[in-house]
Design a protein around this ligand. Structure first.
Ligand code: AMP
Ligand code: MG
Ligand code: MG
Length: 337
């Protein structure tokens, strides 16, 4: 095939490298130890320097190359000049070589909406940072006193953190990129950290090995830091064999596609369009489904309400089972939107 790749393919190829750069920013801020935490609506709704810098980097990089695209980022930031060091101009070659599915070949820049969550799982990011600081202090103490102290081990929280760039067309999430900045953190100092997963409807999803939970076990993944009675009532009604509580919408979708969980259940408002757009596109690209808890799809046009008020239900398969188990009290409280 000759000529320039379709706009959506070029955007996806840019979003891939832009998400990698954002992931590097997220790592750098963590290691600096200076998180610059700001409470947005409260103690469980935080913003850090990493959220701010990563969003500036993503939005400025994409809008420079694709000026007609609508980009909606989570963080409200003052308009200011972005340093050139935050601009990423690369494009992932492998994506550029993909053949665009026919239905998206003619899509124009101005018809695309990009939803950006520069750092998903901020609460867990700040907790992991505290854990790292304690560990360093304990190690220093150990060196000075010779007394052995077990380091605190909340490092697994690092894998709750992702960078999410979702691409919508005609109100549907059609493509997305998830960067997991601390992937492979277990390998310790000097390891090459991070990975990038991406997907597009009609093309499939890449950067991970698709797996299903073996057997008939129902394993529900849900929020760790935003739970309430609605959330737990709904999870209980689904009669899970196991419940996993972790941070991040991106992280929970990774658990679904890597065979760690069968359903992501969050029967509460709180999650926003930037949390679900990229994860939904990747999940749908491999045949899964993300909806509100009534089983109805969300829409991602530029003008939609940001809040996913009717909760989130995502599965790789058996979506109907989970929809059928949502209790009337939860349905009454969340009302479909
Ligand atoms: P969680 O599973 O709790 O990590 O939530 C997934 C995403 O939704 C994260 O980006 C959270 O910040 C966001 N979220 C969920 N519930 C709330 C809430 N009550 N307030 C603010 N953000 C929330
Ligand atoms: Mg988020
Ligand atoms: Mg965020």
């Amino acid at each position: 095939m000759s000529g320039s790749p379709a706009v959506i393919i070029r955007l996806l190829a840019s979003a891939h490298t832009v998400a990698e750069k954002a992931g590097a920013i997220v790592r750098r801020v963590l290691h600096s130890g200076e998180l610059g935490i700001v409470e947005k609506t409260g103690a469980n709704d935080l913003q850090t320097l990493a959220d701010r810098l990563a969003q500036q980097s993503i939005c400025a990089s994409l809008s420079r190359r694709f000026p007609q695209i609508t980009i909606i980022g989570e963080e409200e930031l003052p308009a200011e000049d972005i340093g050139e060091d935050l601009i990423e101009t690369g494009q992932q070659e492998e994506i550029l070589l993909k053949t665009c599915p026919a239905e998206y070949r003619g899509v124009k820049e101005e018809e695309l909406v990009v939803w950006v969550d520069p750092l998903d799982g901020t609460k867990e990011y700040t907790e992991a940072s505290r854990c790292l600081k304690h560990r360093t202090e304990a190690q220093n103490h150990h060196k000075v006193s010779g007394v052995s102290q077990a380091p605190s081990t909340a490092m697994w929280l690092l894998d709750n953190v992702t960078v999410l760039i979702g691409i919508a067309y005609g109100g549907r999430a059609i493509a997305g990129v998830i960067n997991q900045p601390f992937y492979n953190y277990q390998l310790g100092e000097g390891a090459d950290l991070g990975r990038t997963m991406w997907g597009m409807l009609g093309l499939g999803a890449f950067g991970f090995q698709l797996r299903e939970v073996p057997g008939d076990r129902r394993i529900i993944t849900t929020t760790r830091s935003h739970s309430n009675k609605l959330v737990t009532d709904c999870v209980d009604a689904m009669e899970p064999h196991e419940v996993i509580r972790v941070g991040g919408a991106g992280n929970k979708i990774i658990q679904l596609v890597e065979g760690k969980a069968t359903a992501y259940v969050f029967a509460s408002p709180g999650c926003k369009k930037w949390d679900t757009c990229a994860p939904e596109a990747i999940l749908h690209a491999v045949g899964g489904k993300l909806t509100n808890i009534f089983g109805n799809p969300y829409h991602y046009d530029a003008k939609v309400k940001h809040m996913n008020s009717a909760g989130v239900l995502a599965t790789l398969c058996n979506h109907e089972y989970y929809v059928s188990r949502v209790p009337p009290s939860v349905m009454q409280a969340l009302k479909s939107d």
